[in-house]
Design a protein around this ligand. Structure first.
Ligand SMILES: [Ca+2]
Length: 436
């Protein structure tokens, strides 16, 4: 039993309604300036509302029981104008061709393996990545790369064709997407031949590689794979989308179909991505951007949901943010001294107690409208550590020294420990299970 505890992968299951720590939102039906609202939230709850992703925003919107157009949230400037990853990863590795200047070119592309500043409204190809998900779709003519940090690739399924009308349909004429009974039964062997047993492999998804199973239909590859004999989260896959879009459009696309615009965390990542771009003259958006907005609770979430034309800093002092309830909750920058109602949030860490394998725990979380959580800020990590200290003996957790951004990973006595953080009712419970 003790051996299991020390030498197998330990999982603490905590599911979440959204990425990051679940935040419970409280709408306050009183009008205050932004600073007064912040003070009120800090006294009564945790802080003025942080919004980490679209799920958070939808939860926040549900709490607003008033016909207010504008409602304060916790985003404010000036913070430090610094480069951030779209996913909220800490920026620890940079690979600029030349040091970035302070001009308004606030997004980054990779070209010939180096990073360049570029105006976010310029149209470029882009690169998405899949973090946790190992089952995904690549539209025809785009390129993908599968990668295992540890272990080797085993392709589980692949189908090149079209079985749904909506998938990869944007901008396509009706006759290219109407045939939804298009499958190619040799797709799996084509991908497996190239990828099985490798640590990384890339392919272009087109009719030359896979043969044309249905002439005239715009197709896509639906592929899933795993990293054999490797811990969960060893797999990373990248998809180059050859459509040209602005940085914001690219970010929306990646968040909708994959995880996000890609982060580049080290030289290995950089080389992998450089290899699949495979053209020294092509500029490809990566997830790096720069702004000077920051959250009241110091969460480093890079999620932004600006209304079109915003932020425009109209009178030069629009340094606070409201969500526009009359337009899908999209954001406007507004002078901080105006009076509006507001939303506070309360952080919660609530854990589930069940004996589950890693895979079962992920499934359990997803089936209960939850998913893997990210430790996307120092604050969340501190909260986790705090709860751990309350819950477990110090000996077990003395080894805590490392966390990564997707899921929570710690090394204990040289072995990886991962945690899935989650939410279930009001009661806090921690549990450990072995992943075999
Ligand atoms: Ca404005």
């Amino acid at each position: 039993m003790a051996q299991t505890l020390y030498f197998s992968l330990l999982v603490i299951a905590l599911c979440s309604l959204s990425e990051g720590i679940q935040r419970r939102y409280h709408y306050i039906n009183m009008t205050k300036t932004w600073t007064e609202a912040q003070r009120y939230c800090r006294e009564k709850y945790t802080d003025l509302a942080t919004v980490n992703n679209i799920n958070d925003l939808n939860e926040l919107k549900k709490t607003v029981n008033n016909n207010q157009e504008f409602v304060w949230i916790g985003l404010k400037r000036p913070g430090i104008n610094e480069w951030k990853w779209s996913l909220g990863d800490p920026v620890t590795y940079l690979n600029w061709e030349t040091e970035p200047s302070t001009d308004t070119n606030n997004c980054a592309v990779m070209r010939n393996g180096k990073w360049h500043q570029q105006d976010c409204n310029v149209r470029s190809q882009f690169i998405c990545f899949n973090g946790v998900s190992k089952d995904f779709i690549i539209c025809q003519s785009h390129t993908f790369l599968l990668s295992c940090d540890q272990g080797t690739i085993k392709v589980l399924s692949a189908n090149y064709g079209r079985t749904h009308r909506q998938t990869c349909s944007t901008g396509r004429p009706d006759d290219q997407i109407s045939n939804v009974q298009c499958s190619l039964n040799t797709s799996l062997s084509a991908v497996a031949t190239r990828c099985d047993g490798e640590t990384s492999c890339s392919m272009v998804v087109n009719n030359t590689v896979f043969t044309d199973s249905c002439d005239g239909t715009y197709k896509y590859l639906n592929v899933s794979y795993e990293c054999v004999e490797a811990p969960p989260n060893s797999s990373k896959s990248y998809i180059i989308n050859t459509s040209s879009t602005t940085w914001r459009e690219a970010q929306s696309f990646c968040r909708q179909y994959h995880t996000d615009l890609t982060s580049v965390k080290n030289q290995t990542d950089n080389q992998l991505i450089h290899n699949i771009i495979n053209d020294p003259h092509t500029s490809v958006w990566i997830g790096l951007f720069r702004d000077s907005w920051e959250w009241s609770d110091n969460t480093d979430s890079a999620f932004r949901y600006w209304d079109s034309g915003q932020p425009d800093n109209l009178d030069g002092s629009q340094n606070c943010t409201v969500t526009n309830m009359n337009n899908e909750g999209k954001w406007h920058d507004i002078s901080c001294s105006v009076f509006y109602t507001f939303v506070c949030h309360e952080d919660e860490l609530i854990l589930i107690q069940k004996n589950l394998s890693w895979t079962e725990a992920v499934r359990y979380c997803r089936e209960n409208h939850v998913d893997l959580v990210s430790v996307d800020s120092q604050k969340i990590q501190l909260m986790v550590t705090e709860v751990l200290h309350q819950a477990w003996t110090a000996e077990v957790w003395l080894g805590l020294r490392h966390s990564c951004s997707v899921g929570i990973w710690f090394w204990v006595n040289g072995e990886i420990v991962c945690m899935i953080i989650g939410l279930r009712g009001m009661k806090q419970q921690w549990t450990t299970v072995s992943v075999m």
